[in-house]
Design a protein around this ligand. Structure first.
Ligand SMILES: Cc1cc2nc3c(=O)[nH]c(=O)nc-3n(C[C@H](O)[C@H](O)[C@H](O)COP(=O)(O)O)c2cc1C
Length: 169
């Protein structure tokens, strides 16, 4: 599969079958996150895997949607604000960018393995931090449900055309 085909294949999955994710596939997607690039190679991220019932319920309370409960496991991607690169001239924190690259590696790797994911950022990050007793520097950025898609895949959202997003300087 070419990279373009993989990119086209990935779309947000919001319905999962009951099939468990094989440990080697979970390890594969996490390895793809681990190898992601980051500013100054600081790698300011931590990934928490929630597959046990109690841990899954914590994340389900943080993102209270019926579809979300069908995922057999979740990866909570956190940024470490104490480790991220801040640009010297204006202090811009690159933590979110770094975590986003790693998370998209997870989503693309999962798609390649026949697994489904969906970026979830519209969750209660404060509740998540509190329930998981995360240290202040660890900021929950995204929750990625991971599992085998149930039924037919959702249609990929439409995209702006090339002329709308690219221009010559
Ligand atoms: C940063 C980010 C945050 C997102 N947060 C949510 C979310 O909280 N809930 C949700 O259902 N989808 C969420 N999405 C999924 C987007 O809605 C989806 O990627 C977009 O509609 C394009 O569709 P596609 O992923 O199928 O190509 C998020 C996506 C991104 C990149």
């Amino acid at each position: 599969m070419s990279f373009l085909e993989l990119v086209k294949q990935r779309s947000s999955v919001r319905a999962f079958s009951g099939r468990a994710v094989e440990p080697e596939k979970l390890e594969y997607v996490l390895e793809c996150a681990r190898l992601a690039p980051s500013a100054v190679n600081y790698q300011p991220w931590r990934f928490f895997v929630a597959s046990a019932a109690e841990a899954r319920q914590v994340l389900q309370r943080c993102y209270n949607r019926e579809w979300f409960t069908s995922a057999p496991l979740y990866i909570l991607a956190c940024g470490d604000a104490s480790q991220s690169w801040k640009r010297g001239n204006d202090g811009k924190d690159h933590m979110d960018i770094d975590v986003a690259i790693a998370v998209e590696h997870i989503c693309l790797a999962a798609a390649e393995q026949g697994l489904g994911t969906c970026w979830v950022c519209n969750f209660d990050a404060a509740l998540c931090q509190q329930e998981l007793k995360l240290p202040e520097n660890l900021i929950p950025v995204a929750i990625i449900p991971l599992g085998y898609p149930a039924g037919t895949a959702e249609k990929k959202g439409s995209r702006k055309s090339m002329v709308d997003i690219v221009e010559q300087l």
